[in-house]
Design a binder for this molecule. Sequence first.
Ligand SMILES: Nc1ncnc2c1ncn2[C@@H]1O[C@H](COP(=O)(O)OP(=O)(O)OP(=O)(O)O)[C@@H](O)[C@H]1O
Ligand SMILES: [Mg+2]
Length: 399
Amino acid sequence: MGCFHYCCVAKEKFHRKSIKKSIKGYREAKSLASFANISFKTESSRHRYITEELRKIGKGNNNITAKIFSYRELSVATTNFNPDNLLGEGGFGRVYRGKLEGTNQDVAVKQLDRNGFQGNREFLVEVLMLSMLSNPYLVNLVGYCVDGDQRILVYEYMPNGSLEDHLLDLPPNRKALDWNTRMKIAHGAARGLEYLHESAQPPVIYRDFKASNVLLDQDFNPKLSDFGLAKLGPTGDKSHVSTRVMGTYGYCAPEYALTGQLTAKSDVYSFGVVFLEIITGRRVIDNSRPTEEQNLVTWATPLFKDRRKFTMMADPLLEGNYPIKGLYQALAVAAMCLQEEAGTRPMMSDVVTAIEYLAHSKEEACIEDSLDSCHHGRNSQEPTAAARGSTVLMDRKSF
Ligand SMILES: Nc1ncnc2c1ncn2[C@@H]1O[C@H](COP(=O)(O)OP(=O)(O)OP(=O)(O)O)[C@@H](O)[C@H]1O
Ligand SMILES: [Mg+2]
């Protein structure tokens, strides 16, 4: 594991220089942030602009390895976007499994919904961000397609789907994740955010950290996906970026939801929410639970203050198979990330250090006898659309 850690760090350092160079080069022409805020008179001028920008960025930029696909190539790869190949559907559109002709590479093909509110800007930001950033904990963008009205993103295929699929939407035949795998996923996801905040130049605020955006490879190594909402972080003396409030109900930091002022600490809050979901197996907003338990953070806040209540918070599906000390420490990390005051939340590098210990701890899992009262099954009622956790433009008053 030590070797693995070293390799990743070395790779990150290697990439840091080239990302810096490529982002700098692009910013000289046009800043990504201002580009993301651009508005267009007509749909066709928007289309022309985007096609031209992508062509310019792709040209003469050695770091952009994303391939440009035609619609036909992706139709072949997904057998005409056959519903049998559907992997899932989110706020941006449908995701299909595909196989690229020639290379036989397995891919996930996300076809953006032309009627959805998410549009060209998110598409472009996603292509640019994923082209310029590179890290073992970020999903790899294989390519994209801008063909007529079509906007399609092609990613590496992640055989184990999303963390949400293994944690919050567990079909009866699927085994619950064990404690060590949960900590390994939390650790990798934290490293992805740490890279965005503390290594990428300029820094990036991810803005949409949630269980469905953490994808899992065949060994349950996590990778962050969906960069359409990502923002280049504040530069110079600025402490925050002012922006429309976008994100997913429940995961969004309170100060960002109220003021629209975005900082890296907003991502730290969202990480705290997902980490709490990992520990408890509870969805952040779950309308099928009793009123006082529907909001995970509201439910957990008083419990954080009483160590004797900690075992009540562990996912019943763990059946007590977790190290007690590890549970305490994990809950302490989650509570720190979820502090109301953004300034008192830790940096992601501190979170990584804390979880590293939990992920690599060899402590024997112990069975908690006192958990009997919590061993009720997961409520199988269908969650509402909001609780399904799709990315939305948030109305500050309704938050
Ligand atoms: N690269 C991938 N490999 C395998 N499965 C994927 C991949 N990308 C997405 N999926 C599957 O498709 C589902 C839908 O993904 P998508 O990102 O479109 O929506 P979401 O994250 O659920 O919601 P939102 O659009 O609000 O972020 C995911 O939950 C996951 O199961
Ligand atoms: Mg997603």
